[in-house]
Write a protein that binds this ligand. Structure first.
Ligand code: MG
Length: 378
C-alpha cells in the first residue's frame, strides 16, 4: 500500500474512533491513535451461532425451528466489521462447511482493504460453492470499509435513504387458525408474502382474505409441477389481489417459466433459478424479474452488480433474505432503494438476534445512520 493510502486509512480509522471518544483526554486519544496504527493487517475471525425462530417455519419442501449461521468479524486497527453466513439446511451449506471454508481465507496478506475486487475475487476462487460463507466475508469487509470511510453503504452507493421500499412479511404454511393469528400479528406490514406449493394453496389464500385485503405476494418455492396449472393459478391469484408469483415451478424449468411469463397476468419472479451474476442473463425472457439475496450472490458487491445487470435487461428486482440476524438483513437493506420489492423480514422471525440494525417502521425499511452496514452488536 502506498504511504499516502496507508496514512489515509489510519487517519480515517482514528477519526472514526474519535466520534466514540469525544471528550477524552489528549493522552487517551493518543493511545487510540497508537491502537489504530498498531495493526494495519486485516484479521478474520468467525464463530457458529444458532438462530432460533419464533414460529416453526414450513415451506413446500421442509419444516424447521432453527437456522444455523456463522458470524464473522474482520478487524483492522481499532475497527471491526461484522458479517454473517445464514445456512438454511436445504441449501447444502452448514456451520461445518462454512467454518472449513473460512479457515482457508487469509485476509492478512492484503495491504489495502479497499481492493474489494481483488480480495473478494480471491475468496470466490477458493471453492466453487459456499456462497453464504463467501457472503459472510463480503459483508464484514463492506462493514469495515464503511466504518473506515465513516459512511453508511447507501451513501457510498449514492442511494436515497428514504427511497427504501416496504418489506413484505412472510406467512408460513399452517392451519387456518394459526394463519389468521399470524396475519393479525402482521398488522404493521403493508404487504404480506404467502408461501404456497402444497395442495392447500387456495385454502391458504382464502383464509388470509377472510381477515385482510392487503396486497399479497406468493412464493411457491418450485412447488407447482405443471405450467398450465401455474397459469390457471396466476389468473386465480390476480383476482384475489396478488401482486407477483415467485419461483412457481422447478428451478431448471426455464422454457416452462418463459411460457408462463409470456401469458401470466402477474409478474413471475425467479429465486432458486437465479443465484449469481452469471445467471441473470438467463432470467431475461424466462422471468419478469429476479429475487436477489446476499446468501446466494456471495454478498453485497455481487448483489449490486446483479441488480444493475437485471435493470439493464428490463427485469424487475426484489431483494430477499433467508432467516438471518439483523447483520445480513441490514447489509441487504442498504441496497433496497434499488429494488421494486423487498422481502427483508428474516430477523423479525427470530428470537435471539444478536444485532441491532435496520428497523421496520410502519412496514417500511428504515435504515440506521451508522457507518458501514448499519449495525451494532447487542
Ligand atoms: Mg423465494
Amino acid at each position: 500500500m502506498s504511504q499516502t493510502r496507508r496514512e489515509f486509512v489510519k487517519n480515517s480509522a482514528l477519526v472514526a474512533g474519535t466520534s466514540i471518544l469525544a471528550g477524552r483526554s489528549p493522552e487517551a486519544l493518543a493511545k487510540t491513535y497508537l491502537d489504530a496504527a498498531s495493526s494495519d493487517r486485516l484479521k478474520l475471525t468467525f464463530s457458529p451461532y444458532t438462530l432460533e425462530l419464533k414460529h416453526v417455519f414450513t415451506l413446500a419442501t421442509s419444516s424447521r425451528s432453527t437456522t444455523p449461521v456463522v458470524l464473522t468479524q474482520i478487524s483492522y486497527g481499532a475497527l471491526t466489521g461484522y458479517g454473517e453466513a445464514s445456512m438454511p439446511p436445504y441449501l447444502s451449506e452448514s456451520q461445518e462447511s462454512a467454518s472449513a471454508f473460512l479457515s482457508r481465507v487469509h485476509l492478512e496478506k492484503y495491504d489495502n482493504p479497499f481492493e474489494l475486487e481483488t480480495i473478494l475475487g480471491d475468496v470466490d476462487a477458493i471453492a466453487s460453492e459456499n456462497p453464504a460463507a463467501k457472503a459472510s466475508v463480503d459483508i464484514a469487509l463492506h462493514d469495515l470499509l464503511g466504518k473506515i470511510m465513516r459512511q453508511p453503504w447507501y451513501n457510498i452507493w449514492g442511494l436515497a435513504k428514504d427511497k427504501t421500499p416496504y418489506t413484505s412479511f412472510t406467512i408460513g404454511i399452517d392451519t387456518p387458525e394459526v394463519v389468521r393469528q399470524k396475519v393479525k400479528e402482521a398488522a404493521e406490514f403493508k404487504i404480506l408474502k404467502v408461501k404456497l406449493g402444497r395442495d392447500t394453496d387456495k385454502e391458504m389464500i382464502e383464509t388470509i382474505r377472510s381477515v385482510t385485503d392487503k396486497p399479497l405476494c406468493v412464493d411457491v418455492n418450485q412447488g407447482w409441477k405443471d405450467k398450465e396449472f401455474a397459469l390457471e393459478m396466476a389468473h386465480w391469484l390476480k383476482d384475489r389481489g396478488v401482486v407477483f408469483v415467485e419461483q412457481p415451478m422447478p428451478k431448471s424449468w426455464f422454457d416452462e417459466h418463459a411460457w408462463l411469463t409470456e401469458r401470466s397476468p402477474l409478474p413471475i419472479m425467479g429465486d432458486e433459478a437465479i443465484q449469481r451474476l452469471e445467471d441473470v442473463p438467463r432470467a431475461h425472457g424466462a422471468y419478469s424479474g429476479i429475487n436477489v439475496k446476499l446468501m446466494k450472490s456471495t454478498g453485497m458487491r455481487e448483489a449490486y452488480k446483479m441488480i444493475v445487470l437485471a435493470r439493464s435487461l428490463g427485469l424487475k428486482v426484489m431483494i430477499g433474505c433467508m432467516t438471518e440476524t439483523s447483520c445480513a438483513i441490514s447489509a441487504a437493506s442498504n441496497l433496497s432503494p434499488l429494488a421494486d420489492w423487498a422481502d427483508l423480514d428474516g430477523a423479525l422471525l427470530t428470537k435471539n438476534d444478536p444485532f441491532e440494525g435496520m428497523k421496520v417502521i410502519d412496514g417500511k425499511i428504515t435504515l440506521q445512520d451508522w457507518p458501514g452496514i448499519g449495525v451494532k452488536k447487542i
